[in-house]
Design a binder for this molecule. Sequence first.
Ligand SMILES: [Cu+2]
Length: 139
Amino acid sequence: MRKIALFIGILLYAVQLQAAQPSVDVKEPWMRAPIGKASVTTAYGVLSDVSGQGDTLTAVEPVNGGTASLHETTSDNGIMRMRSVETLSIPAGGEVALKPGGIHIMLMDVPSGLRKGDTLPLRLRFKRQGDVVINFSVR
Ligand SMILES: [Cu+2]
């Protein structure tokens, strides 16, 4: 009986370890300091698959209020436009860079008084990995 309990204990521990295993690593998370009293800004980073199986980013939510959405900047006859991106897939073993002029996180109604050197937590929702809260540094 004791052996069985020990076995179940090890099994549960193994399951927990697996759940804690991240599938996507967010490298260099940063956002632009809002200009003046603006409450709109953009956030960037590199989403890197570390599971070897890929994952999909399905939503971004600011932890401290406001809204966030995924956008892509495109150039249409020299005119820069932004369009919303529903989901973002990170290929197995690959990475997707969110960067100025490309795919970015659009933030609205960010907390006022946010300045360079601060950090703002954003919750990133992935299909496989679930939710992860990442601190984006304000630059
Ligand atoms: Cu945008």
